[in-house]
Write a new protein. Structure first.
Length: 286
């Protein structure tokens, strides 16, 4: 009997080793972006509604940067040149918001940003906050003689932070589209698409293939809005039908964790802005 038990245990161990070997043979996954975008939109720099004085100072300085080529240099550094649309930018103040001057003697600019949203704003390997939007803000502050204070925020709390005066501006891949009446804007400055990222082993090659799958996106993101918002006029019915076909739509605090969940097979797809998707594909696919 002992021999039989030992033989059975040996067989179980052998099968386990074979399974591990097969898993290793699968190799690392490669992230793939689906060709069909979920939606298109534009980014802007968001100020508290009516804060036109500060918005105009920032806009005038960005205009100087555009004229002397600095804006283009920073944009090229972060490989976003093909998405840039700052030539269309203006200060946009919602109707009835009023126009408030900026505080006299300003010496700082506190920029609210998601610290896990590369390439727009994130913490690098040295622990420093870096990114495209932070580079633009740093150059603006340098020219105006201000100190840049990069302030990481919970993206879900961005409006509360702005309204409370804890930050002066939300400058971090902030979607203007559909939010025009909620803030005073400088923009647009980036043309953005929301896309789906899957793995090369998923068998998913189109949005239709997401039926019955688990999709994840960031809480409070424009991707979540595109997947769940019902304006009541039928304009988003196609996306709502797509979401209804999912097995599950999950929300998470940051995209870095979302992509780790995709890599490990916890979810089947990530809905994300194309700039973030491009960064993740470049950094993770090698």
């Amino acid at each position: 009997m002992k021999k039989i038990v030992c033989a059975a245990l040996a067989l179980v161990m052998l099968l386990g080793l074979c399974a591990c070997g097969n898993k290793k043979d699968d190799g690392p996954v490669t992230f793939v972006m689906l060709d069909e975008p979920l939606s298109t939109e534009q980014y802007g720099i968001a100020f508290k509604k009516g804060n036109t004085g500060l918005a105009e100072k920032v806009k005038a300085t960005l205009d100087e940067m555009l004229s002397d080529g600095t804006f283009a240099e920073i944009t090229a550094k972060w490989e976003l040149s093909d998405m840039s649309c700052y030539e269309q930018a203006s200060v946009k103040n919602p109707e009835g918001a009023g126009e408030n001057p900026d505080a006299d003697g300003r010496t700082t600019l506190t920029v609210g940003f998601d610290a896990e949203y590369p390439p727009y704003g994130y913490k690098d390997e040295s622990g420093a906050y870096v990114g495209y939007d932070l580079d633009l803000a740093a150059e603006v502050c340098s020219r105006l003689g201000w100190e840049l204070i990069p302030q990481p925020i919970d993206w879900d709390s961005k409006d509360m932070e702005l309204d409370a005066g804890n930050i002066d501006v939300i400058w971090n891949g902030m979607t203007m589209t559909g939010r025009e009446s909620e803030y005073t804007w400088v923009g647009p400055y980036v043309d953005n698409s929301i896309v789906f990222v899957v793995t090369d082993k998923s068998g998913i090659s189109s949005k239709a293939d997401l039926a019955g799958k688990t999709v994840i996106t960031q809480s409070g993101s424009s991707a979540l809005t595109a997947l769940t918002d019902d304006p009541g006029d039928g304009s988003n019915d196609e996306n709502l039908a797509l979401t209804a076909s999912f097995k599950k739509l999950e929300q998470i605090a940051d995209y870095n964790t979302a992509f780790m969940n995709l890599e490990t097979g916890v979810v089947d797809a990530v809905a994300v802005d194309i700039g973030v998707a491009n960064y993740q594909l470049a950094s993770r696919n090698g």
